[in-house]
Design a protein around this ligand. Structure first.
Ligand SMILES: [Zn+2]
Length: 320
């Protein structure tokens, strides 16, 4: 969330930026080009490089989700188009970019080092500019909870912006139970979340490979956990890197709301599937959220004024 004087305005990138690598699941190479976009475009994926077929355009929206097994996949009636969208979306949301076109010439966003750091660097390289259009937020008005087995996720009202609370529990001595909670704004996202990498268990590798997942996984892009230790020579970046990565995934998956969220998200033993289910449940309950924008007169004021400003719905209930 970009608080302060710019919080009321939409943003986009100042210039283009390019990132290239391989997909962690497909193992396929791809180049991503981030493009600036007009106000009210939102985040749009442009799948290019499909031989003999037209480029496909997909809004980064929860309605476009076609799969959530080990990654969030977006597609349309013609099938899946782009896989592993969560880390680049987390970087855009984490740094407060409202409008951008993510062109990708392969079936999967490259995993880079397994974290959101390369996408943060690309956005920094491109620069962020404000646009002459007010930013519309989605404010959570009442708690919405989804439970699946021993995991659950909940979005609840929280006026200070987007708060993420993730908790994991693995039957593994190295990880056990970990929890992280923080208000997501550009500074905290960069420092606390962006460097946290994808992780996987050595014991699951065979199973994943035979199911067609993790074909591009390596020590370069995944924290690999064996019985009693991390196999990567450089070790971990944070003692609780695992749960921080879950928070990155949550920021990216919740960016599919289509507008910045004002609310707190809590995920316990969850993942992409749960993130998607909670966001879908919130948006389906029209009494649980409202579009709001920050009134012009509130923009220069103190935090409490800003919070009060959010209580004023800017759009009618017909808005979608
Ligand atoms: Zn992830």
């Amino acid at each position: 969330m970009t608080w302060g004087v710019l919080a009321g305005r939409q943003t986009t990138l100042q210039d283009h930026a390019t990132v290239a690598g391989v997909g962690v699941h497909s193992g396929r190479p791809a180049t991503v080009t981030l493009h600036p976009a007009e106000p009210n475009t939102g985040i749009v994926f442009l799948r290019s490089g499909t031989e003999g077929r037209r480029d496909r355009e997909l809004k980064a929206h929860f309605h476009s989700v076609t799969a959530t097994e080990f990654a969030t996949v977006l597609g349309d009636k013609n099938g899946p188009a782009v896989s592993t969208t969560e880390h680049i979306l987390a970087a855009l949301r984490g740094l407060g970019v409202d409008n951008a076109v993510i062109e990708v010439d392969g079936p999967e966003i490259p995993i880079m080092d397994g974290s959101a750091a390369a996408f943060v660097s690309a956005i920094d390289q491109a620069g962020i500019v404000t646009l002459p259009a007010s930013r519309r937020y989605i404010q959570v008005l009442k708690p919405v909870r989804v439970a699946k087995g021993d995991s659950y996720g909940e979005l609840r009202p929280y006026l200070r912006g987007l708060r993420i609370e993730t908790e994991i529990e693995f039957d593994h001595t190295l990880i056990g139970r970990q929890a992280v909670a923080l208000d997501v704004e550009p500074g905290s996202f960069r420092r606390e979340l962006a460097p946290a990498r994808t992780f996987g268990f050595m014991r699951d590798v065979e199973k994943l490979w035979s199911a067609g997942y993790a074909l591009g996984a390596s020590f370069e892009n995944t924290v690999v956990v064996a019985e009693d230790r991390v196999l990567n020579p450089e070790g971990v970046r944070f003692a609780d890197e695992f749960v921080r990565h879950k928070a990155v995934d949550a920021v990216g998956d919740l960016a599919l709301s289509g507008a910045p969220l004002i609310g707190a998200y809590r995920s316990v033993r969850g993942g992409h599937k749960l993130n998607h289910a909670v966001l879908t449940a919130l948006m389906a309950d029209r009494s649980a959220w409202a579009y709001v924008e920050m009134p012009e007169s509130r923009r220069r004021r103190s935090y409490s004024d800003i919070a009060a400003g959010f209580a004023i719905p800017a759009y009618g209930s017909e808005a979608s």
